[in-house]
Design a protein around this ligand. Structure first.
Ligand SMILES: CC(C)(COP(=O)(O)OP(=O)(O)OC[C@H]1O[C@@H](n2cnc3c(N)ncnc32)[C@H](O)[C@@H]1OP(=O)(O)O)[C@@H](O)C(=O)NCCC(=O)NCCS
Length: 160
């Protein structure tokens, strides 16, 4: 019963969800969400991505979008345009995408991704890439469902 009530509350919350650019005052909430999901707090990383305290030229700022429900940040996306790395023409990259576990499978990841795809299209890009761990089944399933397929590159790694 309690479970059904909270599911109903969440469904209502999703209807009132807002996708928007982050504000400086969202920093702590974003760090907290990331820490909750990945188990690691990365304040400097997020300060940098949000363009706080550092002088990032406008053109090199990443696209950051947050999903908000009732004043609470429940999802974050970071998208970046990278040009001529690995000989690739300007390409969109999804470098962070995460949704609060309590709000998954309700279309929030899809809506955050749609914002990035629209932004990349508006900037004339022809493709978008991301990297997913082979063992990260949920994330792989999400991107596969969103039309992503295996790309033409292989990632090489060496232990140091
Ligand atoms: C990947 C992730 C962002 C998906 O967010 P989400 O809001 O749950 O995704 P959506 O509800 O928009 O899913 C859209 C579709 O993707 C597929 N999908 C999403 N999650 C899935 C899962 N766990 N298993 C299978 N398919 C899945 C489904 O087809 C789904 O549509 P459906 O629910 O109608 O069947 C979320 O699972 C997440 O945050 N995972 C952790 C990511 C992480 O660790 N990030 C840190 C490093 S970047």
């Amino acid at each position: 019963m309690v479970e059904r009530t909270s599911a109903r509350k969440r469904a209502r919350a999703i209807m009132s969800m807002l996708i928007r650019a982050p504000r400086a005052e969202d920093l702590e909430a974003i760090i907290a969400l990331d820490t909750h999901i990945t188990g690691e707090a990365k304040p400097e990383f997020w300060r940098h991505k949000l363009g706080l305290g550092g002088a990032l030229p406008t053109g090199s700022r990443p696209l950051v979008r947050v999903a908000e429900v009732s004043g609470r940040i429940i999802g974050v996306l970071v998208g970046e345009v990278r040009s001529w790395e690995f000989h690739l023409p300007p390409t969109g990259w999804i470098t962070v995408l995460m949704v609060d576990p309590a709000y998954r499978r309700q279309g929030i990841g899809r809506r955050l991704l749609a914002e990035a795809l629209e932004y990349f299209r508006e900037h004339g890009l022809r493709s978008v890439r991301t990297m997913v761990g082979w063992s990260d089944g949920d994330v792989l399933s999400f991107f596969t469902a969103m039309g992503f397929d295996r790309g033409p590159f292989i990632e090489l790694e060496k232990s140091l």
